[in-house]
Write a protein that binds this ligand. Structure first.
Ligand code: 0PR
Length: 362
């Protein structure tokens, strides 16, 4: 324990680059209580298995799906990998060998790198298509990329770098026309999009699966991701036999899983859906707009924050100087400063950041 005491966890007040946040206190308590449970063995750990069912029902409600299937994953990475996995297996099961031999998936360049991992592991070709001037998937490019071998089209609802929402209904139409399935990565955006006018959910389009992470805007402790599916067959396509367990099959990628993640997710959603999440979205969107305006007033080029994520051009020297001031900030692939207004990011913290920015630039 002494070694751990020497290392305190990162304080959140200067963390401006993370998509994780401080868990809600009730979620923290629930997670501690369920630390030693394993939803991977539901016949032994029945209480946490029941909680997982509640988590999926609650996630379904948030994502506009009445009768949801799915499970609490370790995060958006696992949910995305399993969505590709299920689509590949379902495509192979259609009995069309030409289709199953060389499956491909189509996604915008803005897609999270977890999809690259999925493609690599699962032996499917990843066709990335360009985004438009507003960093959203270009529909003409999606249409040109899909073909008879396309198993899955992926759209992002709240992209990692610019917080953009792809045109999900139109992408779903293109996927359907090609006989492919549609997955939406709402890992980050899923808990705030219900309070916006965006079309992103199961209620807006006949999408097949979704990644939606309680451990991001859901204010649940890590690890708690969500994989949702419209049809039981999607989860069944992932299942393998589990001969020596009391349950007969398992659809998750990991075996032993975190009961803390499941219980924490249920507790957070119990406390916050919908009023708490709505309030948090409004505050963080206002913070993002405040920050964007303040940066623009300083002559810095800013990308309009359509969700609570601000990107702006900043010289490498200024960026490094702010890192030296212990600000935990990050950059997009094309070098823009990227600040994610998660629930722990206060107005006071942004004001302190701006004061430091003015000091290091003068
Ligand atoms: N999909 C999207 C749209 C994401 O933004 C992310 C993570 C994932 C999937 C993968 O989720 P998991 O990391 O839960 O598997 N995006 C963040 C990123 O890459 C992850 C992150 C989180 C990075 C916290 C830093 C950090 O401190 O930027």
């Amino acid at each position: 324990m002494q070694r751990v005491r020497e290392h305190r966890p990162q304080e959140f007040d200067r963390v401006l680059s993370s998509m994780c946040t401080e868990p809600h206190p009730r979620a923290h308590e629930a997670a501690v209580e369920f630390l030693a449970t394993n939803p991977g063995d539901p016949a032994t750990y029945q209480t946490v298995a029941d909680l997982e069912t509640e988590a999926i029902d609650q996630l379904g409600e948030i994502a506009g799906l009445d009768d949801p299937f799915g499970y609490v994953a370790s995060g958006g990475t696992e949910a995305n990998i399993q969505a590709v996995h299920a689509a590949r297996n379902r495509a192979a099961g259609r009995g069309d060998t030409a289709r199953s031999d060389t499956p491909n998936i189509v996604a915008p360049t803005s897609v999270h790198f977890s999809v690259t991992k999925a493609a690599e592991m699962l032996g499917v070709e990843l066709r990335t298509v360009p985004v438009d001037d507003d960093h959203r998937a270009d529909l003409d490019a999606v249409e040109a990329a899909v073909d008879d071998d396309t198993a899955l089209v992926i759209g992002v609802a709240g992209s990692t770098e610019y917080g953009r929402v792809d045109p999900i209904p139109a992408m779903t139409d293109l996927a359907r026309d090609a006989g492919a399935r549609m997955h939406v990565d709402a890992s980050w955006g899923g808990f705030i999009l219900p309070f916006t006018d965006y079309e992103w959910s199961f209620a807006d389009a006949p999408i097949d699966s979704m990644a939606i992470d309680p451990h991001k805007f859901g204010q649940a402790p890590v690890p708690a991701g969500g994989l949702l599916a419209r049809e039981r067959e999607t989860v069944d396509a992932l299942a393998v036999d589990t001969p020596y367990l009391e349950t007969t099959s398992q659809a998750t990628l990991t075996g032993t899983r975190s009961g803390a993640g499941v219980a924490g997710a249920v507790a957070a959603m119990d406390e916050l859906w919908p009023a708490g999440y709505r309030q948090q979205y409004r505050e963080q969107q206002a913070n993002a707009e405040f920050l964007a305006d303040e940066l623009a007033a300083r002559g810095i080029e800013v990308v309009d924050p359509t969700l609570p994520l601000v990107t702006a051009s900043l010289s490498p020297a200024t960026f490094e100087a702010l890192r030296d001031e212990e600000w935990r900030i990050a950059r997009t692939a094309d070098g823009n400063l990227r600040i994610v207004c998660m629930p722990h990011v206060s107005r006071a913290s942004l004001e302190a950041f701006l004061a430091d920015l003015d000091r290091v630039r003068s």
